[in-house]
Design a protein around this ligand. Structure first.
Ligand code: NAD
Length: 275
């Protein structure tokens, strides 16, 4: 009897999200894929979302489902379109029965001097990095309230807590998502729904690699030198944040142990915002 109890306990520990279902936006790549993988490993069902070659996305979807014995779905919803976002949440409820966890992660990175920023890039940055999260939260909250359980995790940035040159649009959206997180958290504080923001430092994802290639080309330096420049400017601990570290934090925030953590903006930034 004791043995059975112990093994049930350790099974729960290793798959703390068993029976939960999540939508992770922008999870065909980078941080979102790291979080989706960590959720699947923790026993949660996951709806993937994001752009990408359909065959490659299907391989990802099928691989996660097979490796971790969970249900994995995919929505191609464009996060700049509120109707597609509502359709994605409806598809998540349809696929899994409930959407217990929402991770707003899809993002774009338009940078450059403020007076050189195209107004359409400002608009797109706010649409995808900020408004998309509002539309998704708005769509999942009624179900979470009805079940009195939910986890909202918004991927902000160290630039959601501090300014950075050439990042006015990005910083505005990321500071905005931190403010929205705090407000939503207070709104639902009497319930078992939490809302938190994760604020990563520099993570070596396709987003950062694209930027490094552009800087390398513009400055006549190598991509490695451009990446080293990012690290030197941003990360006091001298290394990139791994997507698995962000996945582990997201799993913890989604677990029962984190029920009293709400309205937090958690830096995972090697000390960037401690300066
Ligand atoms: P990435 O480019 O590797 O991934 C972005 C994901 O978002 C992809 O799946 C892409 O298809 C999806 N996406 C982009 N536009 C979309 C749209 N209109 N509709 C649906 N999906 C869309 O980038 P990443 O580095 O993994 O960034 C993920 C999040 O983390 C972003 O919100 C970003 O701002 C944030 N972030 C990144 C870093 C970093 O250093 N990489 C640091 C802090 C915060």
């Amino acid at each position: 009897m004791l043995t059975l109890q112990v093994s049930e306990h350790s099974a729960h520990q290793s798959r703390p999200l068993e029976g939960r279902s999540a939508i992770v936006t922008g999870s065909t790549s980078g941080i979102g894929l790291g979080i989706a993988t960590a959720f699947a490993k923790a026993g949660g069902n996951v709806m993937l979302n994001g752009f990408g070659n359909r065959d490659v996305v299907e391989e990802l979807r099928e691989g996660l489902a097979r490796n971790y014995s969970v249900a994995v779905a995919y929505s191609p919803a464009d996060m700049s379109n509120p109707e597609s976002i509502a359709a994605m949440v409806a598809a998540g409820s349809e696929a899994f029965g409930t959407v217990d966890i929402l991770v707003n992660n899809a993002g774009v990175f338009h940078i450059g001097p403020t007076d050189a920023m195209a107004p359409e890039n400002w608009d797109l940055s706010l649409k995808i990095n900020l408004s998309a999260a509002f539309h998704a939260i708005r769509a999942v909250l009624p179900g979470m309230k009805a079940r009195n359980w939910g986890r909202i995790i918004n991927i902000a940035s160290a630039v959601g807590l501090a300014g950075a040159p050439n990042m006015a649009a990005y910083a505005a959206a990321k500071h905005g998502i931190v403010g929205m997180t705090r407000s939503v958290a207070l709104e639902v504080a009497p319930t078992e729904i939490t809302a938190n923001a994760i604020c990563p430092g520099t993570v070596r994802t396709p987003l950062i690699e694209r930027e490094a290639r552009a800087i390398a080309a513009a400055q006549g330096i190598s991509v490695d030198e451009a990446l080293a420049g990012f690290l030197a400017q941003t990360m006091p601990n001298g290394r990139f944040v791994e997507t698995s570290e962000l996945g582990a934090l997201a799993v913890f925030l989604a677990s029962p142990a984190a029920r009293s953590i709400t309205g937090a903006a958690l830096p995972v930034d090697g000390g960037w915002t401690a300066r």
